[in-house]
Design a protein around this ligand. Sequence first.
Ligand code: NDP
Length: 285
Amino acid sequence: MPENVTVIGLGPMGQAMAAAYLDRGYEVTLWNRTAARADSLVARGARLAGSVERALRANELVVLSLTDYDAVYAILEQAPQALPGRTVANLTSDTPTKAREAAVWLAERGAVQITGGVQSPPPGIGSADAATYYSGPADAVARHRAALEVLTGIEYLGEDPGLAALYYQIGMDMFWTGLVGYLHGQAVATANGISAEEFLEHAVKSMDFKYFLEFYAPRIDAGSHEGDADNLRMAVASLTHVLHTVEDSGVDASVPTAVLDLFRRGVATGRERDSMTSLLEVLTR
Ligand code: NDP
């Protein structure tokens, strides 16, 4: 494959992607709604297309890195006539449904979508240690593997264009709620005069869920919520202690209150002697 690529979208992520291609000697064509965001990349040898149409026509592989799929349509609808024959690596975050709809929309206009969910912040782009979920036509991923691997490693999930978005959003569900858990705990630490640096090693240990995930996953798949290692009654008692500590510290208690409410709903449905994994049955009703 020729080593050339179009990158559309120059937020922090798109800029890191274009820079990674330049680092590897690719010919890079850029387009961004705010043209000035291309300046530093143009200074390094990238070409700024004067229109969406020119950006699309410049290369077969088009990498999109935009805020959401509304932005994708706002841009591609400017030049649908230039879409036939393009492979669009759409690394824009949005829902699985929107990813599937966009794959159909592009196919109707003669283009192929590879959906991507990037699992790295911009500084990780260009490193094989970072990874991106991909889904969509396997032949398109195989054909552009080398170019996609310039950005990150590839975790290919299958032909369904929604899968990469689904895995990505599940990861973000865990990431955001987990990170709020960290911030909330640190708020209690800070309120008690313990700095983030001081608590760091303890936070890292507290946030290491590997043992628990590996213990629970096979049980979840087996439908076994046996309360031999933990149970919801114990969880309610434990979280009540947390809640009182939070309140005594003068910290906003909305997060543990919401979690306690969930635990209590589990108890109210007769699961007090079952593992907290039985909450899955409350959550998925
Ligand atoms: P930004 O939201 O900063 O990207 C904005 C890009 O989208 C800019 O190029 C912006 O153009 C363009 N854009 C937004 N709305 C429109 C519109 N209506 N019409 C035309 N262009 C539009 O995001 P990032 O660069 O941070 O990330 C890009 C994607 O990667 C997102 O989907 C994000 O969720 C995902 N991602 C980001 C990570 C991160 O850490 N940053 C990590 C993993 C994934 P303009 O410059 O003109 O405003």
